[in-house]
Design a protein around this ligand. Sequence first.
Ligand SMILES: O=C(O)C1=C[C@@H](OP(=O)(O)O)[C@@H](O)[C@H](O)C1
Ligand SMILES: C=C(OP(=O)(O)O)C(=O)O
Length: 407
Amino acid sequence: MNITIQKSIVRSPSEVNITGSKSESNRLLLLQALYPEIQIENLSNSDDSQLMQNAFLGNSNVVDIHHAGTAMRFLTAYFAVKENSEVVLTGSSRMKERPIKILVDALKHLGADIQYVEKDGFPPIKIRGKKITKTKVTLKANVSSQYISALLLIASKLENGLELTLDGEVTSIPYINMTLGLLRQIGIKTNFVNNNIRVYPFNGNLKTRNLLVESDWSSASYIYSIVALSDIGTEISLSHYKSDSLQGDSVLAEIYISFGVQTTFLKNKIKLKKVSHNFSHFTYNLIKAPDIAQTIAVTCLALGIECFLTGLHTLKIKETDRLNALKTEIEKLGGIVEITDHSLHLMASTTIKEFVSIATYNDHRMAMAFAPLALRIPITIEDSHVVSKSYPDYWNDLKSLGFKIEK
Ligand SMILES: O=C(O)C1=C[C@@H](OP(=O)(O)O)[C@@H](O)[C@H](O)C1
Ligand SMILES: C=C(OP(=O)(O)O)C(=O)O
């Protein structure tokens, strides 16, 4: 369903309670399947986390994870070592275009039994679960960190743990550190030195059973954008957040200073406040935080800031080719954008076209990133339901902030 958002003004002060991080949730759900004593609080209500939960509950031998990249990659590793199981892991038509060969090759090298059902290198895959005893594997680290996290998540249940050697520049590294951080929270010993990661086998004692998921920082990015586009003095508080986050996208608090958003960490919350800014140019390498590229590009468009983003080589294999999608939609609004395989350069613009209909390409982040523009111009967002992949309450939260949304 398409929605139109009339030109809106944010209610201030306001408060939004954002659902749990989908990245933390999907890791903890996988760990809970391996260690059933684990209890998870503030679990994400995203489709991706729901799909992950269903994969463990169902007893069908076809598991369809739709658009959920983390579920696809994490479950590949999980089923590969689940002895005596046989499943076909499949997903949406886009998921069938998202590569999985690096992970499958690594698992096969360790001894797993995995076959491609349709196209070599891509889902769907047929997995016959087996006991794995090999310990060492090298894999390319510059395509998706999810392949690495997938192996790390199952490693503590292997007889001898795992030793991974990462080849090439490591992309999305905070997500690997998040995985290791959660493993350590439950008492699993890990090391990450240079390009080597070691996870030791479980010693029989869970250090913690109750794990609290911090709210999702990638989802918070859209609220940062909203504050950046609001009048000076506008305040929005978000819960439940902390300063020592496991999520790399918490770098937003630093980045948005350039767009006039001040972050104050309170107990369990952050308070965002719009202050003045005098930046006309923004340059940043997003190799550690690729999911906030769309948010930042749209914030810059609205603020008339020239923006040069690099480290974006993974954007082409996400829910859509995000570089092309951004270029196409920003150009509809009158912006000028140049892209390469790994960068985006947005020129400073002075006007934005009204009543443009933004296509969302089955990508939640396209819908969520462009919606804040309604603080400048009326805008239509196509297929607005896509937001449920990570942030199902997004439109309700926007309404509560004062956005005038019509179907
Ligand atoms: O491990 C994770 O939870 C994620 C890792 C990142 O993917 P890549 O490592 O493929 O960049 C990120 O884009 C994705 O949204 C979530
Ligand atoms: C890329 C994303 O998710 P995934 O890779 O898990 O589908 C995302 O949420 O932006």
